[in-house]
Design a protein around this ligand. Structure first.
Ligand code: FNR
Length: 340
């Protein structure tokens, strides 16, 4: 089976095994007198130099096959009807095999005026990034870093020392904002600082707890690598805490295991500019269809507005002033890493 189709199939097969309980360890202190009215709450946010009406989006997933053409078309329809931004999956396939480019182009064709991000790994020459942006007429470029996934794939990358340099050069030359993202293994403070030094302004920490690419890659082969360490990486909540002292100078995005509007609001309170969801949107379009997914997105917007009212936050930025209590395991992690 085509690798992209297999990723979709396995992500969906493991959907109910997601373990995002770290979000449950974030508690808000309830105060009985909200100081804002619900109608005055704005969901608007901005990152990567772009403005968005909603603080969550459809994160990078797929493209590169007939089946994923339809998935991208469905996701792009949801994005168009709800105003959500949407990222494609890695456009590598569309560049190497131009006959598959339509499965990416369909995103822009379906949603001509929406915010669209192209996606590619960190090892490409500049012309490939330019091509990826052009295929999607993208507003921004996501570069994904996925060392654990590459190492588990027999055909995967084995040379990593060039990645950061290549990212730095691309940021300078590609002509659109660059978002560097993990793919479900999270980030450390050191990683975020390295990216910042390389000139990256916007970083999607994409932590573990949701779609698990070690599990997915292991399921694709008989001889499993690393199966004993499928919990590798930091959760999204921990990754946001790792970056929390840097949010004055860098924009963080939360993704990885976001389950509901509550997780989104918690992410924003920890300093994220927005939250990205992949596995959940895939699950919705595959199982519920486009119309039901659109309805769910609209309910989520409403729920976020309700929670922001309860937290007396007129804006996404106001949420960072919320009274947040961190329970274990987050508390112990913060103590060990001297995060306060
Ligand atoms: C992904 N993800 C991903 N990320 C990326 O940067 N490029 C890619 O091509 C893909 N491909 C891909 C395929 C499928 C089927 C899924 C479900 C996911 C990773 C994705 O963007 C995200 O980082 C992780 O999935 C964690 O978020 P969720 O799924 O837990 O919300």
């Amino acid at each position: 089976m085509n690798r992209k189709d297999e990723h979709v199939e396995l992500a969906e097969a493991f959907y109910h095994e997601r373990q995002t309980d770290h979000y449950d360890a974030i508690k808000f202190v309830h105060h009985s007198f909200p100081t804002v009215n619900q109608a005055d709450v704005s969901l608007a946010t901005s990152f990567a130099g772009l403005d968005f009406s909603t603080p969550f989006f459809i994160n990078g997933m797929t493209g590169g096959s007939e089946k994923t053409y339809k998935i991208n078309q469905d996701l792009a329809t949801v994005a168009r009807e709800t105003g959500l931004a949407m990222a494609s999956g890695s456009v590598s396939a569309g560049i190497k095999h131009p006959e598959t480019a339509p499965s990416f182009e369909i995103i822009r064709q379906t949603n001509p005026n929406g915010k669209v991000f192209a996606n590619l790994g960190p090892e490409h020459p500049l012309e490939n990034y330019l091509r990826a942006v052009d295929i999607l007429k993208a507003d921004a470029l996501q570069i994904h870093v996925n060392a654990p996934q590459e190492l588990v794939m027999p055909e995967g990358e084995r040379v990593f020392e060039t990645w950061l340099n290549n990212i730095e050069k691309t940021v300078q030359s590609v002509g659109v904002p660059v978002i560097v993202k993990e793919v479900g293994f999270g980030m450390s403070r050191q990683t975020i600082m390295k990216l910042q030094q390389a000139g990256v302004q916007t970083i999607d920490v994409s932590g573990n707890g949701g779609t698990n690419f070690l599990k997915i890659e292991n399921a694709r082969r008989e001889h499993q690598e690393f199966a004993f360490a499928e919990d590798w990486g930091q959760s999204t909540a921990i990754s946001l805490l790792e970056g929390s002292t840097l949010t004055n100078s860098v924009e963080l995005i939360a993704s990885g295991g976001i389950r509901n509007p509550y997780d989104i609001v918690k992410s924003l309170a920890l300093g994220a500019k927005a939250a990205g969801l992949s596995g959940h949107f895939l699950h919705l379009v595959l199982n519920e269809g486009v119309e039901a997914t659109i309805a769910e997105v609209e309910r989520w917007k409403n729920s976020i507005q309700t929670m922001m009212t309860l937290l007396s936050a007129k804006s996404v930025a106001d949420l960072t002033a919320s009274d947040v209590i961190l329970m274990d395991p987050l508390k112990t992690w913060c103590e060990a890493r001297q995060i306060n």
